[in-house]
Design a protein around this ligand. Structure first.
Ligand code: ADP
Length: 495
């Protein structure tokens, strides 16, 4: 038997997942690592922790499955996106801790660029917004603030990379400095239309082009692991950022197909095929995947608080002991009450973009209790998804054809929430048998490139539905509920 090793390097933990020749999970290892918050709004990871946990989880799954490293035919990598690293080309020594995607320290740089009128051209080139979220301003901050960094970068001594790129560099013993098109498309430095680093963006942010990695397809030769690492060299053949890997793992390969991942937050991606749709609703244009040098685009929208609202029921309100209990509690809610929770705990993302807005509860009566609040909390995830879909439809009329929403992530275990989601978007919601779509996407890329797994069409056929949720709410009621949500959001914004 031969295997594919998927590395899923996430924000709070690293995981290694071993898939067999039939794309079934054989073994999983996971390790959390520390988060560093050196200042308000700053979030950092130690590169040694990222690398150390990846290495030990990979070694772990191989030994737990009692395999020889030679049984692993290829490695696929998926990763937390946008997180920014800079290291020395010769010694491999990072010049600073990694600046994590959540880090807001470059808000001022973004604000200055916006005030100088640059946002439109930035969006036109990169598909993104001037927001600290993306790598470009984080890289600029490192070059401007770490002693001697700019001089060293200009002398060609330093390399930049997102997490995938850093892992490839470490795994290949410093031989390969490359990233894939999906990760590149999140840097704010990449021209998603022409498919190369943008000279304009590099000049705007004062980034030496020589420190940027080579950009390759998602399924491509990324070199072989240094034989010292696993005792054998293993080729790295697949790379995609986490949300793109989930889109691939959900086999959303046709224009109009859409996936939504419900973890702590929620990320929805709509495949728009060859067309890079520029959003008028402040959604992002991104590369969904790239094969044979040809990018396929997506519109991406995110919700900050999805599963996190269930964590709030548990840890904040303490009305449940564990996330799954939210379902039973919501089921007992009084159907005549119309409680609405707007979970704007950290502001509102797409399509409102109201960073100062805070959460609110509407429609309370003397009879409102934990059940009504739990139900409203679960409903808020459906309402916010509908907001994203409305924005996507406004940006790309073909999106209205998009029939079905494929879902994954921890919160999709909640049948009640998935039924409400289907009711309120008025479309079927499909939950797949394999919920590990991110790792599956990375594994499939590598396995397909290795010739072990089927091609795109064949893989799409293997996608299997565990359950479909069909909308059961009539149109008038659906519109009424959604209108009430929109009024509640406006009230929260103006409060
Ligand atoms: P992440 O990758 O962001 O850590 P996961 O995909 O592991 O997230 O999903 C965890 C989230 O899903 C948590 O926020 C949790 O509250 C929520 N969750 C897990 N199970 C359920 C459930 N049965 N009902 C509602 N929410 C759930």
């Amino acid at each position: 038997m031969t295997y594919i090793l998927a590395i899923d390097q996430g924000t709070t933990s690293s995981r290694a997942i071993l898939f067999d020749g039939d794309m079934k999970i054989r073994e999983v290892a996971q390790q959390e690592f520390p988060q560093h918050f050196p200042s308000s709004g700053w979030v950092e990871h130690d590169p040694e922790d990222i690398w150390g946990t990846v290495l030990s989880t990979c070694r772990d799954v191989i030994s737990k499955a009692l395999l020889n490293p030679s049984d692993v035919v290829a490695i696929g990598i998926t990763n937390q996106r946008e997180t920014t690293l800079v290291w020395d080309r010769e010694t491999g020594e990072p010049i600073h801790r990694a600046i994590v995607w959540q880090d807001r320290r470059t808000a001022g740089i973004c604000e200055e660029l916006r005030a100088a009128g640059h946002e439109e051209e930035v969006t036109a080139k990169t598909g993104l917004l001037l927001d600290p979220y993306f790598s470009g301003t984080k890289l600029k901050w490192l070059l401007d603030n770490v002693d001697g960094a700019r001089e060293r970068a200009e002398a060609g001594e330093l390399l930049f990379g997102t997490v995938d790129c850093y892992l490839i560099w470490k795994l290949t013993g410093g031989k390969v400095h490359a990233t894939d098109a999906t990760n590149a498309s999140r840097t704010l430095l990449y021209n998603i239309h022409s498919g190369g680093w943008s000279r304009m963006m590099c000049e705007l942010l004062n980034i030496p082009v020589a420190m940027l990695p080579e950009v390759r397809d998602c399924a491509a030769d990324y070199g072989e692991t240094d034989p010292e690492i696993f005792g054998e060299s293993i080729p790295i053949l697949g790379v995609a950022g986490d949300q793109q890997a989930a889109t691939i793992g959900q086999a959303c390969f046709e224009a109009g197909m859409m996936k939504s991942t419900y973890g702590t937050g929620c990320f929805a991606l709509l495949n728009t095929g060859d067309t890079a749709v520029t959003s008028r609703n402040r959604l992002l244009t991104t590369i969904a995947y790239q094969f044979g040098g040809k990018p396929t685009y997506a519109i991406e929208g995110s919700i900050f608080i999805a599963g996190a609202v269930v964590q709030w029921l548990r840890d904040g309100l303490k009305i449940i002991d564990a996330a799954p209990e939210s379902q039973a509690l919501a089921e007992t809610a009084d159907p005549s009450q119309q409680v609405i929770v707007v979970p704007a705990f950290t502001g509102l993302g797409a399509p409102y973009w109201e960073p100062e807005c805070r959460g609110a509860i509407f429609g309370l009566t003397r009879n409102s209790g934990p059940a009504e609040i739990a139900r409203a909390a679960l409903e808020s995830v459906g309402f916010q998804t509908r907001d994203l879909l409305e924005a996507m439809r406004a940006d790309w009329p073909n999106a209205s054809e998009a029939g079905v929403l494929r879902v994954d992530g921890g919160m999709t275990a909640n049948d009640w929430a998935m039924q409400f989601l289907s009711d309120i978007i008025g479309a079927p919601v499909d939950r797949p048998e394999i919920l590990e779509t991110t790792a599956l996407g990375a594994a499939w890329l590598a396995g397909m490139e290795a010739g072990l797994y089927p091609d795109r069409a064949g893989f799409a056929e293997t996608w299997a539905r565990e359950r479909r949720f069909e909308p059961a709410l009539d149109d008038a009621r659906r519109d009424e509920r959604y209108e009430a949500w929109k009024r509640a959001v406006q009230a929260a914004i103006s409060a």
